[in-house]
Design a protein around this ligand. Structure first.
Ligand SMILES: [Ca+2]
Length: 211
């Protein structure tokens, strides 16, 4: 008799498990989500919008080319959501510069001037002033406080500076109006290899969700 009761209890327990272990339940969905990982050599970060993987690549490319490369890796050109990401992206970019014997340079990020702020008259509108005229375009970055600009920027010089890059710096306070992590709006077609070394675009940051 005792054995029968035990068997019934075990069966009931299995029944509960079948219900609670259903693949569509929220718990098991979370477990499967947690199993997702960043690809090898990509660094994982925690964002308000979820986990995010970032990797910095070397390349003398314009913004569109950099974006296409990121898509080839299964990601997008990445924005910068917090100081931790900014620090990581800068240090990875600086390593690339050092490999090439360059003291400074810059890196593409996914920061774009809003289409409604591109005309000369739009730029004078309050809603297009400074960072308000820009938007992160990786669909995962939302922190507008991480749009940090170098002196006088964003200035839309020439009226066609719709993209932005971040200066790569190997010291925290280089002076000359360029602070750590600061950005400049420039034409998306730019891939400078002359002039100010700081403006040499030598790298790009890709991002993706863990998979
Ligand atoms: Ca500019």
């Amino acid at each position: 008799m005792k054995n029968s009761v035990l068997i019934i209890l075990i069966l009931l327990n299995f029944g509960q498990c079948w219900e609670s272990c259903d693949e569509t339940s929220e718990d098991s969905y979370e477990i499967r989500e947690n199993r997702k990982k960043c690809p090898k050599n990509w660094r994982e970060f925690e964002r308000g919008s979820g986990r995010w993987c970032i990797r910095v690549f070397a390349g003398i490319l314009n913004k569109f080319e950099a974006e296409a490369r990121c898509e080839n890796y299964g990601g997008v050109l990445s924005g910068i959501e917090n100081l931790e990401e900014q620090s990581f992206i800068n240090s990875e970019g600086v390593k690339i510069l050092q490999d090439q014997g360059l003291p400074s340079g810059s890196l593409w990020i996914n920061l774009i001037r809003k289409p409604e702020c591109r005309n000369e008259n739009d730029a004078k509108l309050a809603r297009c002033n400074g960072s308000l005229g820009f938007q992160w375009y990786d669909k995962s970055t939302f922190n507008t406080n991480m749009m940090t600009w170098s002196s006088w920027n964003p200035d839309n010089a020439g009226g066609n500076q719709y993209c932005a890059y971040m200066y790569l710096l190997n010291t925290q306070s280089p002076g000359d109006g360029v602070e750590f992590g600061s950005m400049d709006d420039i034409p998306c077609e730019t891939a400078r290899t002359d002039g100010n070394l700081l403006q040499y675009v030598r790298a790009y940051a890709c991002g993706m969700k863990p998979r």
